[in-house]
Write a protein of this length. Structure first.
Lengths: 190, 216
C-alpha cells in the first residue's frame, strides 16, 4: 500500500519539481520571491491548498464524476473547488489565527490562479505513480513542499542579486530567469 | 486609429509574453517545438476572444465583489469547449499540449485582460483586444519554439534541417535561458524604438518652433 510513497516523494519534490521541471506556478515564483520571509509564507500557503485540493478533487473525480459520466465537467468542477477552498481557508484563518492570517493574507487570493494547484489536481489523474487516494494526497503534499523549496532558494539568491549591477536589457525578469535556469540545471541532475 | 492601437499593443507594445510577462507556464513548458506554439496560441486566442466578449457584454451585470469567480467560471466554460473540440478534431495537438490545455483556465493573460480591459471597454474593442493579444502570445511562442527546435533538435515545424543539435535547449533549463534572452532582446529593440520615436518627435517640434520664429 505504501510502496509508491518514496517514489512519489522523490518525484514530486525533486526530479519532477513543480516549478523548475514542470513549469507550474512560475508567476508566484517570479512575483513573490523578492525576500525569503514572504517566499516561505507563499510556499506554505500553496502547500496547504495543494494538499487539501487533491484530497477533495481526487475522490470527487474517481468516485462521482467518472462513474456518472460527467468527466467532461472536470475543469469547471476543479476550479470551483479550488476557488471555494481558498475562500474557506481565508475565512477560517481570519476567525482563528489573526497573526497567520495577516502573514498569509495577501497571498491567499493569488493561490486560486496558481497553475501548480490546478496542475496537481489534473496531474494526479494521469500520473502512473498515483494508484490510490493516499498516493494522490502524498503527491499534492510533497509537490507543495518542492514548490516551497524552489521558491525559498530563489528568494535567497534574489536578495543577493539586489546588490549587483546587471546590464540594462537584463534588469528585472531576464536576470531572474537566468538564475532560475541555473537552478533548473541543478534539479535536472536528479 | 483605435483598432490600429489595439493591434499594435497586442502584437508589440504590450506583448503579453515579452512585455507583460504573463502566461509564463505554457511559454516555458511548451516551446520545445514550434508547432506547440501555434496550437497553444490558437487555443488561448479562442478562449481569450470569447471570454473577453462575454465579460464585456456582462460588465454592467456582474457585481464587483464576485467578479473574479464569475470571470473564472466563464473562462473555464470556454476552456472546456476548446478541449472537447481539440479532443474530437485534432487529437494530436490535444495530446502534445497535455495538462497545459486545461491549465489555460489559470493562464494569467486571460484573467489579466478580463480585469484590465474587457471589464472596462465595449464589446468591439474587447473582441479586437482578445484577438490581437492572443496573436501576440502565439507569435512569441512560435518564435521561441522555432528557436529551441532548431537548436535543440535540428528541425523546424518537424522538418529535419541537419544532424547538429544541442540537447540543452530541449531541457527545462534551456527554456528559461531562451526566455531570458528573448525578453532581453525585446527590451533592447523596444527601448531603441521608443528612443527613435522620441527623437523624431523632438526634431519635428524643433522644426515647428523654428518655423514659428521664422514667421514672426
Amino acid at each position: 500500500m505504501f510502496k509508491m510513497i518514496p517514489a512519489i516523494i522523490f518525484a514530486a519534490m525533486l526530479s519532477q519539481n513543480f516549478i523548475l521541471v514542470q513549469f507550474l506556478g512560475i508567476c508566484p515564483f517570479l512575483g513573490v520571491s523578492k525576500n525569503t520571509k514572504s517566499a516561505f509564507g507563499m510556499g506554505m500557503a500553496v502547500t496547504a491548498v495543494m494538499f487539501i485540493a487533491t484530497l477533495i478533487t481526487y475522490p470527487l473525480y474517481t468516485y462521482l464524476l467518472k462513474p456518472l459520466g460527467f468527466d467532461y465537467m472536470e475543469i469547471i468542477v476543479f476550479i470551483f473547488v479550488i476557488a471555494s477552498l481558498v475562500q474557506v481557508i481565508e475565512i477560517i484563518l481570519k476567525k482563528t489565527s489573526k497573526s497567520l492570517y495577516e502573514a498569509m493574507g495577501i497571498y491567499l487570493p493569488l493561490i486560486t490562479t496558481n497553475c501548480a494547484v490546478l496542475g496537481v489536481t489534473e496531474l494526479v489523474l494521469t500520473s502512473e505513480l498515483v494508484v490510490t487516494m493516499l498516493d494522490a494526497c502524498a503527491y499534492g503534499l510533497f509537490g507543495g513542499l518542492g514548490f516551497t523549496l524552489a521558491i525559498v532558494l530563489m528568494s535567497g539568491m534574489r536578495e543577493k542579486l539586489d546588490t549587483v549591477k546587471v546590464p540594462k536589457a537584463f534588469e528585472g525578469f531576464p536576470i531572474t530567469m537566468l538564475l532560475a535556469c541555473f537552478m533548473a540545471m541543478a534539479f535536472s541532475m536528479f | 486609429m483605435r483598432a490600429k492601437d489595439i493591434a499594435l499593443d497586442g502584437l508589440f507594445r504590450q506583448n503579453p509574453t515579452l512585455k507583460l510577462v504573463l502566461g509564463t507556464c505554457p511559454t516555458l513548458a511548451l516551446t520545445t517545438l514550434a508547432m506547440n506554439g501555434i496550437g497553444m496560441g490558437l487555443a488561448v486566442t479562442f478562449v481569450l476572444t470569447c471570454s473577453n466578449v462575454i465579460i464585456s457584454l456582462l460588465r454592467n451585470v456582474i457585481p464587483q465583489k464576485v467578479r473574479i469567480p464569475a470571470y473564472i467560471l466563464i473562462i473555464a466554460t470556454f476552456v472546456t469547449i476548446i478541449r472537447m473540440l481539440l479532443n474530437k478534431f485534432l487529437p494530436d495537438i490535444s495530446a502534445s499540449l497535455g495538462t497545459y490545455l486545461p491549465l489555460i483556465v489559470v493562464n494569467c493573460i486571460i484573467l489579466g485582460r478580463a480585469e484590465a480591459f474587457a471589464s472596462k471597454n465595449p464589446v468591439g474593442a474587447a473582441c479586437l483586444d482578445g484577438i490581437f493579444m492572443g496573436l501576440g502570445f502565439m507569435a512569441a511562442l512560435t518564435l521561441m519554439g522555432a528557436f529551441r527546435e532548431i537548436l535543440g533538435s535540428g528541425s523546424v515545424f518537424g522538418v529535419k534541417l541537419w544532424d547538429f543539435s544541442i540537447g540543452f535547449f530541449t531541457q527545462p533549463a534551456g527554456a528559461l535561458f531562451t526566455y531570458a534572452m528573448f525578453i532581453a532582446v525585446y527590451s533592447m529593440i523596444y527601448s531603441a524604438v521608443v528612443a527613435r520615436k522620441k527623437k523624431s518627435a523632438d526634431t519635428s517640434e524643433d522644426r515647428s518652433e523654428k518655423g514659428v520664429t521664422a514667421d514672426v
